[in-house]
Design a binder for this molecule. Structure first.
Ligand code: SF4
Ligand code: SF4
Length: 99
């Protein structure tokens, strides 16, 4: 079995480095749309588990934008177009440690 197959998600994410832009989160969600979204596919399609069910309101999702790998999936994966995803400001966001 290859090394990559035995790594946990946390191990894999450690291979990336982030410069999160705390003052300007590059992901925003429309809570009103999320309240009507029963399947919440964002909880499953994001490879970095950026979207989690909000502990204070199960109808909303909590967004850990600082973990975003900038893969672009959520621009297309949300069935209600409730995710406003912008590129992080220059020099911010994900940086890959190994190339
Ligand atoms: S898939 Fe879109 S609408 Fe549904 S919970 Fe996630 S962000 Fe909200
Ligand atoms: S761009 Fe990719 S990694 Fe970032 S939040 Fe969307 S699905 Fe997750």
């Amino acid at each position: 079995m290859s090394e990559l197959m035995t790594l946990t998600l946390a191990d894999k994410l450690y291979r990336t480095k982030y410069e999160p832009d705390e003052s300007h989160p590059h992901i925003k969600v429309n809570d009103a749309a999320c309240e009507k979204c029963s399947d919440k596919p964002c909880l499953f399609f994001c490879p970095a588990e950026v979207y989690k069910r909000d502990a204070n309101n199960a109808q909303h999702v909590a967004v850990s934008h600082e973990n975003c790998l900038e893969c672009g999936t959520c621009r297309y994966g949300c069935p209600h177009a409730a995710i406003d995803w912008q590129n992080p400001n220059g020099a911010m966001g994900v940086k890959y440690r190994f190339g």
